[in-house]
Design a protein around this ligand. Structure first.
Ligand SMILES: Nc1ncnc2c1ncn2[C@@H]1O[C@H](COP(=O)(O)OP(=O)(O)OP(=O)(O)O)[C@@H](O)[C@H]1O
Ligand SMILES: [Mg+2]
Length: 381
């Protein structure tokens, strides 16, 4: 068979790893992003410099492709709709993307489809939030989220007291939801193709560092019960079908202390909580995304080993040309698989790579993961 030309909007690390998966089949991938210096640059068949947010750039790029997909949500969906009307295949569907890009519309979508999520209200700005507090239709504590353009926790404010109101409240249109009393955070990556086949990867659990309150490890298998896992995977399947998405959808869940399972948000692309599948599942999330958007049979999602994934972040206090300290020592540890994204410049806490540690047990993998954290530093010379 000959492959269609596949275009990706975005040339970051997720794009790079899609290209790496495509390489096994000699599937030609083209990427659109502002600089060929970005991670996908050296790995794709062709790189077009331009903005995936710009209508003309996306249309110009897309017209040279057969199939279009994304590695970031914040793309120009009007351009994608035009390309669709011109006969191009676009996955995920631009209408679904428009809902997902807006945390307010996303919540309304879950309410409409009777998908459990925490209670919420939408506000047009800060003043409207303050008014609601005055009128008593809103009360502290709550979580405020910018409706658009938030990522990696930016655009999320946890308001616990009066002081937070003056220091943390975000400007602009927002969605406000109840503060969930968290027991566990889980993610399920699900895939679907045009034939209607749907497959889920095993749930992944985010383990937080109790001191820094930052995600430290992503563990698979998770510690949730079989019943809870079934609820999460059933919901993930229901949601991908409801959005009519082909390719991947990562679904983030909150398990609260009362035993409720709530959907937090979704991402219609490869996701941080699926990186480990490269090294610990029969099919990686990247290969699965390609299978989904090309309408090929979905691959086995079977886990081949327990794993712990750690993001490799730029060390605090260093900005400049990246230098990897302790890499050799990490590679000497059995089961440590390092993936560096090739970003030229490191910045404090920037995602520069990840490491997946495979071992016979999660405990053994965690011990090695801690070694990696104590050994590998991304700094400048
Ligand atoms: N309603 C809530 N109650 C308690 N904690 C929350 C709530 N909403 C979000 N959080 C915490 O904030 C984190 C980030 O929230 P969310 O996933 O909505 O934002 P994001 O910017 O899309 O982040 P990311 O890109 O990391 O997924 C969650 O993983 C969770 O730890
Ligand atoms: Mg999230």
């Amino acid at each position: 068979m000959s492959f269609p030309k596949l275009g990706i909007l975005g040339g970051g690390q997720l794009g790079k790893m899609l290209c790496q998966a495509a390489g096994c089949w000699e599937l030609p991938i083209y990427a659109l992003d502002t600089s060929i210096e970005f991670p996908a640059g050296p790995y794709c068949k062709g790189f077009q410099e331009g903005s995936f947010k710009n209508y003309e750039d996306v249309v110009g790029f897309g017209r040279q492709m057969d199939i279009l997909t994304i590695e970031i949500e914040h793309v120009n969906t009007d351009a994608l709709r035009l390309l669709q009307s011109e006969g191009k295949t676009v996955h995920p569907d631009p209408d679904a993307l428009d809902i997902i890009k807006d945390k307010g519309l996303q919540k309304q979508f879950y309410a409409k489809h009777k998908i459990p999520t925490s209670p919420f209200q939408l506000f047009k700005d800060k003043d409207a939030v303050l008014n609601a507090l005055k009128e008593g239709t809103l009360s502290i504590p709550f979580v405020q989220k910018s409706r658009t353009a938030g990522y990696d926790g930016k655009g999320v404010a946890v308001i616990q007291n009066e002081e937070d109101l003056t220091t943390k409240l975000l400007a602009g249109p927002c969605m406000i939801e109840d503060l969930v009393e968290m027991d566990k955070e889980i993610a399920v990556v699900v895939a679907r193709n045009e034939s209607g086949e749907i497959r889920t990867f095993d749930p992944v659990e985010m383990e937080f560092n109790p001191i820094a309150n930052l995600v430290e490890f992503l563990i698979c298998p998770s510690t949730i019960t079989e019943t809870q896992a079934k609820t999460c995977t059933d919901l993930a399947k229901k949601i991908i079908a409801a959005y009519d998405i082909c390719g991947l959808l990562a679904v983030e869940f909150f398990l609260d202390t009362k035993g409720n399972i709530l959907v937090n948000e979704v991402a219609p692309r490869p996701h941080n909580s699926g990186h480990h599948t490269i090294d610990s599942a029969v099919t990686s999330q990247y290969e699965q995304h390609l299978r989904g958007v090309l309408n090929m049979p979905l691959g086995s999602t079977k886990m081949t080993s327990p794993s712990v994934m750690v993001n490799l972040l730029g060390a605090d206090g260093y900005t400049g040309e990246a230098h990897y300290e302790g890499l050799k020592e990490c590679l000497a540890i059995e089961g440590v698989k390092v993936h560096l994204y090739g970003k030229a410049i490191t910045k404090p806490f920037r995602k520069m790579g990840h490491a997946t540690i495979i071992a016979d047990s999660i405990e053994a993998a965690k011990e090695k993961a801690r070694k990696v954290q104590e050994t590998l530093f991304i700094k400048t010379l």
